[in-house]
Write a protein that binds this ligand. Structure first.
Ligand SMILES: NC(=O)c1ccc[n+]([C@@H]2O[C@H](COP(=O)([O-])OP(=O)(O)OC[C@H]3O[C@@H](n4cnc5c(N)ncnc54)[C@H](O)[C@@H]3O)[C@@H](O)[C@H]2O)c1
Length: 262
């Protein structure tokens, strides 16, 4: 159990001001890490204060993860506050519904920039800090849409395919530096953003919950489901795990037997 302790570690969580990212921040801080919320949204300041008031070490640094200079400044500030960087969770992402024919050049660029270019930049800039510690753990948030994806999530699906490739590529490249790189695919999480996206296409929260009941394990996933796996993967318990893409999807990716056949 002690190996889940992150007391001497510093973690960066991009997009940590809301949704799944904030749940990851809470789990890592609870395990003892000093955590930086690197998010564009100023709500990160209030979220950090809540956790600091509860005795944890959490710092909000306003960051646009599509901008190299912003990331560089955030990492410098994080490292000087907490004495280096051990963990990076690339969580920031957007998932606007649009098919190929509905996808404008601007929409494509913003999805690829926020979901994929951000991970390239954050990984590139954090590796020197991890080399200083002769160890590190990087988690990239992917999606089960990475392999084929829904047609109405065209750019998103392509971006997450890139996330899986980036993960495996960097895992091989930096294994000798003891920097582990893994990808976690949340299933269907009713985060505020996901609820807004569903309402925008005419669905209801009740419909989402009903859909959850039809999944193999009987419910939608939560941010905590993802955060638990992230905590395990960045801890020393996962010291020999790298280059993996792991679904936390309640069995969405597997078939289930009908009632009669069970
Ligand atoms: N919700 C789901 O069902 C689901 C499923 C699979 C994968 N995911 C992935 O999980 C991650 C988090 O999703 P979520 O549902 O919590 O989303 P969310 O919208 O609730 O949270 C995303 C966070 O990223 C921040 N962000 C957006 N652009 C940014 C930028 N340029 N710079 C810095 N921060 C930025 C937002 O301010 C927000 O706090 C995403 O990568 C998403 O693709 C979500």
């Amino acid at each position: 159990m002690f190996k889940l302790q992150l007391s001497n570690k510093t973690a960066i969580v991009t997009g940590g001001a809301g949704g799944i990212g904030y749940d990851i921040v809470k789990w890592l801080a609870e395990a003892g890490a000093a955590v930086v919320i690197a998010d564009l949204s100023d709500s990160g300041a209030e979220k950090a204060k809540v956790l600091c008031d509860a005795g944890q070490r959490v710092l909000y640094i306003k960051t646009d993860v599509t901008k190299e200079a912003d990331i560089e400044r955030m990492l410098t500030e994080a490292a000087s506050n907490y004495g280096g960087i051990d963990i990076l969770v690339n969580n920031a992402g957007i998932y606007p519904r649009a098919s190929l024919l509905e996808t404008s050049e601007a929409l494509w660029d913003s999805v690829i920039d926020i979901n994929l270019k951000s991970m390239f930049l954050c990984c590139k800039l954090v590796i020197p800090y991890m080399r200083q510690k002769a160890k590190g753990a990087i988690i990239n948030l992917g999606s089960s849409h990475a392999i084929v994806g829904m047609p109405e999530l065209f750019a998103y699906s392509v971006s997450k395919g890139g996330v899986a490739t980036l993960t495996r590529n960097l895992a091989g490249a930096y294994a000798r530096d003891r920097i582990r790189v893994n990808c976690v695919n949340p299933g269907w999480v009713a985060s505020e953003r996901e609820i807004m996206e569903q309402l925008a296409i005419g669905q209801t929260i009740e419909w989402m919950m009903e859909m959850g009941k039809s999944l193999p394990l009987g419910r939608l996933q939560t941010g905590d489901d993802t955060a638990a796996l992230v905590l395990f993967l960045v801890s020393d318990l996962a010291d020999q795990i790298t280059g993996q893409v792991i679904n936390v999807d309640g069995g969405i990716g597997v078939g289930s037997l009908s009632e009669e056949k069970r």
